[in-house]
Design a protein around this ligand. Structure first.
Ligand code: HEM
Length: 459
């Protein structure tokens, strides 16, 4: 009870009831809490410590810049451990986190990401070519398949062949397990109430690990230069000059899979859900893609999608390890401080008309460090932020250059939690129709189904 009095006010409903609201109607739940308790409030869920939500930019700045020994986001992400392993950058804190992050950062530099553009375009063109046309279908699953393929090819560096097929099969099943709501409750993870499911998960994980260890051993012996993320990790060195161990490499590859696959797929699913509902935006975007000499509006559209529908509505919860004051409120160890992206992005004091989908707001003026936080911030900011935005741009460009994207003639899609992300409730239902009557080269498709563009589009 003392703890409750020491924390900002929040719902008094039992934890199970709060968890239900949080899980089933994430946005509505957050909005309700804000309208009742203000921009800073406490929610209590089954499992984790109390979450104190923050959505004032100044509060977010204080959270993102707090010293590493005071707030521990790594501990707050412990639910991911069965999949990502104990050396994952996501689970570590303080020096151990910094060391792992330094090893990984070079792989995600802008120029390295741009070097992967051709590969991502090829994988995208092949998948997009196979998508159904002229009928309403849910695209989320197809986008998941696409983003998984992109990670396997560009991050794991797998070539087309048996190993890629074997890895895809195991990882898809592992990710399915993680997507079950109950698999994410820490108590249930510990007690393992469904031994069969857990045993199957452990079996699949061992098979996937064996494939990764084989891949790592083979690639260590190779001399060829490759542009994929695994190559960069193989070249990385600890401060004492040693290379990353096979277990570290395995854990970081699984981390990148978990962090980068469903997030990007869900974000693209939201773009498919939103765009047909804003015809003016869609028309302007298609015109820019057809003209082929600029991608400012495409960039702004991706940024607006991330603002309007941040697939992680809150960034990694930071567990308080030492007493800390944030904007005048003192927090003791044992609670989590959470920067809430959804509420920050939908604050009329920050964004005019926040519920309107309007990429124009980001033209000229880029998003702010503490007001646009779909990728979190500070020393924990998403390592794959550039990669994800590049990927989203490539996919949207490939789709819109070739197809007309139309709604499925149904109402807005509500939100649904899947694994760690929030995605469109009906799976992003839309219709693709082959475009006709395009006069310019930029929008035309080559025989292989790949859009022909001018080189300037890569900029
Ligand atoms: C639209 C897609 C994505 C979104 C919305 C997203 C969002 C996030 C967020 C909110 C965090 C936590 C940051 C914090 O708490 O401050 C994070 C962390 C992370 N993300 Fe992403 N992410 C996306 C795609 C990716 C991709 C494609 C990759 C890599 C292939 C990736 C790799 C990571 C890693 C490694 C971390 C942990 C960083 C650390 O703890 O130091 N993410 N991401």
């Amino acid at each position: 009870m003392r703890m409750r009095e020491q924390l900002p006010p929040g719902p008094y409903a039992p934890r199970a009831v709060q968890t239900l609201g949080w899980w089933t109607r994430p946005h509505a739940y957050l909005e309700r809490c804000r309208s009742r308790y203000g921009k800073r409030f406490t929610v209590r869920l089954l499992g984790p410590p109390p979450f104190v939500m923050h959505s004032e930019p100044e509060h977010i700045r204080e959270i993102f810049t707090a010293p590493p020994e005071v707030l521990h986001p790594g501990e707050g992400a412990a639910i991911l451990e069965p999949v990502v392993g104990t050396s994952s950058v996501i689970l570590l804190d303080e020096d151990a986190h910094l060391e792992q992050r330094k090893l990984m950062l070079p792989a995600f530099h802008g120029e390295k990401m741009h070097a992967l553009t051709g590969l991502v375009e090829d994988v995208t063109a092949r998948e997009v070519e196979s998508w159904p046309r002229d009928e309403p279908v849910p695209f989320h699953r197809r986008l998941q398949k696409l983003t998984l393929e992109i990670i396997l090819r560009a991050v794991f560096g797998l070539d087309v062949g048996e190993r890629l097929d074997a890895m895809r099969e195991r990882l898809t099943a592992i990710l399915e397990y993680g997507a079950q709501p109950l698999a994410n409750l820490p108590q249930l993870q510990r007690s393992r109430p469904w031994p069969n499911k857990w045993d199957r998960f452990v079996g699949l994980r061992s098979e996937a690990d064996a494939l990764i260890f084989d891949l790592v051993a083979e690639r260590r012996g190779e001399r060829a230069e490759r542009g994929d993320v695994l190559s960069m990790l193989l070249a990385a060195r600890h401060e004492d000059g040693t290379e990353m161990s096979a277990q570290e490499l395995r854990d970081e590859l699984m981390t990148l899979l978990v962090a980068g696959h469903e997030t990007t797929a869900s974000e693209l699913a939201w773009a498919f859900e939103r765009l047909p509902r804003v015809p003016g935006v869609l028309a302007r975007l298609v015109a820019e893609i057809d003209a082929g000499d600029d991608d400012a509006y495409l960039t702004a559209t991706v940024q607006e999608t991330l603002r309007r529908r941040p697939v992680l509505p809150n960034v990694a919860p930071r567990l308080v390890k030492q007493p800390v004051e944030v904007a005048g409120w003192r927090y003791e160890p044992g609670v989590c401080l959470v920067a809430n992206a959804y509420l920050t992005h939908h604050d009329p004091e920050i964004y005019e008309d926040p519920y309107a989908f309007r990429p124009e707001r980001f033209l000229g003026e880029g998003p702010g460090t503490y007001t646009w936080i779909p990728f979190g911030g500070g020393r924990r900011r998403c390592l794959g932020a550039s990669f994800a935005q590049l990927e989203m741009k490539i996919v949207l460009r490939a789709v819109l250059a070739r197809y007309e994207l139309a709604g499925a003639g149904e109402g807005l899609e509500l939100t649904r939690r899947r694994s760690i992300t929030v995605s469109p409730g009906r799976g992003a239902r839309a219709v693709l129709r082959e475009r006709t009557g395009r006069g310019d080269v930029a929008g035309r498709s080559s025989a292989a189904g790949r859009p022909v563009r001018s080189p300037a589009v890569h900029a």
